[in-house]
Design a protein around this ligand. Structure first.
Ligand SMILES: [Zn+2]
Ligand SMILES: [Zn+2]
Ligand SMILES: [Zn+2]
Length: 314
């Protein structure tokens, strides 16, 4: 496999901005002028990304690369045998990623066998939180996030993480209590394997934010026939887009960990950019869609389509 060429970089449409919605919080908007159908709205780079361990393919662990590695392709593994899911596409990527991976290596080796037996979901959730902590740790050492654009109107790095909506009050109490137990057992204490961590309540807040904002990386566009997910990622910019069951933008992973947002139709200046948080081909009727938004995302959708279909039903 060839060495990675250039780092996949951030791209933002010049007319893109954000605004504050009274009910929904932050919203993505065509702030400075129209965005035309088919135009690239943004290519967002992940703050943290990991492969779904149950998928055939994996993802290069070097965040600047994050390219998909097919199951049959040769790749580099960690000499500490921390996790079979940790792979690099080239010796260069392995070398570039040594400090970041060093943050998670001991944690993976110590916790992943047990966690994977308990629950794949909890394992992935905690691992991506560990990768967020690793990114924060590197930022603190370097005092500067990479991948910054001069025209980036969005907060990047750890300050951007702290702006993520956690929906803490909306998650069921028992769920938050479970996450608190996981944080206490696996992300704290001298024997958890992490070089640096946060206090317990900050960790619970971070888990709530991760669960509210995490994206599945799928081969297809999210709103239609997305296919089996092969990875998970937290983005700081595309996550600002709110949901609609009649989306005017689409988002799709690009095979290098980025999320590509494209306008599905012309957007007027000032119009909000909404995407679909789930596969609309699978959740066709209003009841199925409501189960998705309420169960997975703790909100009731009030998009024009939902309102129209609810009126018809009632
Ligand atoms: Zn790579
Ligand atoms: Zn390792
Ligand atoms: Zn809706």
């Amino acid at each position: 496999m060839p060495a990675p060429s250039t780092q996949a970089s951030l791209h933002l449409h010049p007319n893109l901005g954000q605004t504050q919605h009274p009910l929904k919080g932050r919203a993505l908007v065509a702030a400075n002028g129209p965005i035309r159908a088919g135009e690239l709205v943004m290519a967002d780079v992940p703050y943290a990304v990991l492969p779904t361990v149950t998928a055939d393919d994996t993802i290069c662990s070097n965040p600047g690369c994050s390219r998909r590695i097919p199951g049959y392709a040769s790749s580099m593994t960690c000499e500490h045998n921390c996790s079979p899911a940790v792979r690099w596409c080239s010796p260069t990527c392995k070398h570039q990623d040594r400090r970041r991976h060093g943050f998670e290596c001991g944690w993976l080796k110590h916790n992943s066998p047990e966690l994977r037996q308990v629950s794949d979901h909890d394992y992935h959730m905690l691992w991506i939180v560990v990768r967020m902590l690793a990114a924060r740790s590197l930022e603190l050492e370097q005092e500067m996030g990479e991948n910054e654009l001069p025209n980036d109107v969005f907060a990047s790095g750890w300050p951007g993480v702290q702006l993520l909506r956690s929906n803490r009050q909306a998650w069921p109490t028992a769920q938050v209590q479970h996450w608190r137990e996981l944080a206490r057992n696996y992300l704290q204490g001298d024997d958890c394997g992490l070089p640096v961590t946060l206090d317990l309540e900050s960790l619970v807040e971070l888990i709530c934010a991760e669960e509210t904002n995490v994206f599945e990386l799928c081969p297809g566009p999210t709103e239609m026939n997305r296919g089996e997910p092969y990875g998970l990622a937290v983005f700081l910019r595309v996550t600002i887009a709110n949901h609609s069951c009649v989306p005017n933008v689409s988002h799709q992973a690009d095979g290098q960990g980025r999320m590509i947002v494209t306008a599905l139709r012309d957007l007027a200046k000032g119009e909000e950019c909404c995407t679909s948080y789930f596969d609309l081909a699978e959740s066709v009727d209003v009841q199925a869609r409501r189960e998705k938004t309420e169960g997975l995302f703790t909100f009731t959708c009030t998009c024009s389509r939902c309102l129209a279909e609810t009126a018809t039903v009632a």
